[in-house]
Each structure stands twice: as structure tokens, then as C-alpha cells.
Design a binder for this molecule. Sequence first.
Ligand SMILES: C[S@@+](CC[C@H](N)C(=O)[O-])C[C@H]1O[C@@H](n2cnc3c(N)ncnc32)[C@H](O)[C@@H]1O
Length: 297
Amino acid sequence: MTADTSGHVVTAPPAATTIPATTASASATARQEAFLKAFHAERPAVTAEAFGGARTVDGRSGYEILCDRVSGRRRVLDLGCGDGLLLDLLARTPGRRLAGVDLSPQSLSLARRRPALSATALVEARSQQLPFAEGCFDACVSHLALMLMADVERVIAELARVLAPGGLLACVIGAGGGGTGYELLGELLPPALARTPADRRMPALGDRRTRDPESLGELLTTAGFHEPERETVTLDLTAPPEQVWAALSGLYDFAAFDRDALNVVRGTFLARAAGRVTPDERLSCHFRAHVVTAARR
Ligand SMILES: C[S@@+](CC[C@H](N)C(=O)[O-])C[C@H]1O[C@@H](n2cnc3c(N)ncnc32)[C@H](O)[C@@H]1O
């Protein structure tokens, strides 16, 4: 056991046998995680680039919503922290002890370049085996990551273990897109994906129960959390078509395309978008997200 630079006690991952078994097969989990690691090796900051500027009607990003949810909590873990945008916002509150875990070494190295995170423990680890001692966090946040994780019972058991009693989980879960940008993707993607090699396509990621706030609530209460609070927000991505394309082409589905195929999809997207923009030359596009907050008993 060692103390890292943030003062968190970092332990060896708990033995897998201490955590309840789940239904996801080991090979399916390994394939999902290999896909995520390969994707983020190429695009380590993709989510922050796509969603950092997306705002709700009251002007907040998903990252800012989570920051607000855990205000007053000192020791905070970001699960699937990516390039550290959320941790950077959390670090604006003085006196915090922060930690982040992610599968992607490339995303973590971007996070380590952020001056505000020089004292943050940024650890390459699986959320299914968190390298932290029991009860060492007052809150855990997760932005657009929990719904990608396999063995979700194990992830939630780990959250319950590392949160102190009364500790808060606050997560943003993707709930699907809308507007003309997503309509165009709905038209273009299925036929284009059908022409790609099957082994390049995105595998089914995560556990579908985490995408439904009711089912996620059941998972959380079973693992020792109070009944969660849930809210659904809409993040506006409306922008000139090139900018909407830049955000949407960061979706995991696009991993299947090689450069030439991607250029064809991009060209068709922009050509069709040109006839469907608003009078101010913008393409409507939005993304819905569930914000789920639950305290550990
Ligand atoms: C969509 S990105 C979101 C990144 C960041 N939270 C953000 O919103 O900018 C999902 C992140 O979760 C990480 N991730 C997925 N499954 C994970 C797991 N089982 N353990 C740790 N990190 C995981 C991925 O590597 C990726 O960086």
C-alpha cells in the first residue's frame, strides 16, 4: 500500500473473488475494453472536445452540472476521467483531494499535463478494480463513462466500497441524440457501417441497465445506495455543420471507417446538411443525458 501525491491511500486492486460475479463474459469484457483503449489511444480528448462546449438551456455543460452536484465534497474520484476536464473544474475549489481513473494511458497523460492537476492521483486502472482504500472518497463523479463499463455490478460494488458512508455518486449518462445532425447520422451510418469489416465495428459497450435511470437506480439501491435523484437534461450541440460533424464524428461508431470511407461519410453529411441548416447557417443538434445522483447509506 502506498500514499500517492494527492494523499489518497492507493491499495492493490481487491481480489476478484471478494466482489459478486456478473453475467458479462470475460472475453466480451476484454474485447470492449480493448476497443475503448484503441479508440482513445487515437483520440484521447474526444469527449471533452465534443461535449465541453455543449450547454443546457441554463448555460451549463454536463461537466459543470456534476461539479455543482458535488460542491462541498472534499475527496472526489472521477471514474473514467478521460483527459481530465472535469477534474480540472473540480480543482478550482481549494483544499480538494482529487483522483481520476481511466483505462486509457493516452487520455491520462493529457490529464497529467493540466497544471491544476499536478497533485491529483491519475491512475490507469479499471473501475471494476479500484486501487483505493475503503471509504476514502466523499464523492465520485462520472461523465459519459459509467454506461460504457462492463460488469457494472462490480463497478458499483467498488464505488460503494471506496465511498465513505454518506458519500455521493453523481454521474451523467448518455440518453441519445436528436435534431438534424443526429437525423443525418441515422440516414448515413447504417448503410456505411454495413460496408465496413465486421471486426472493426464497435462492439456492444457496457450494460444497457445503466442507460435507463430506473434500472440504474435498482442496481444502486441493491448495492447499498439510497434511492437516486434523477434528472434528464438536453445539451445543445447546434453549430455550423462542420462543427457538428467534428462533434458527432467522435462517436465510437466511426472507429469502423478507414480514412477514405470516413471522407465519403463526411462529404455526404456536409452536402445533405447544407440543405437543412437554419437561417443562420447552423445545423440543429442536441444530446440528452440523464444526471443520476445517489448517496451511499
Ligand atoms: C466517453 S469517454 C468520457 C471521458 C470523460 N469522462 C469525459 O467526459 O470527457 C469514456 C471514458 O471512460 C473510460 N473507461 C471506459 N471503461 C472504463 C473502465 N472500465 N474503467 C476505467 N475507465 C473506463 C474510457 O477509457 C474513456 O476515457
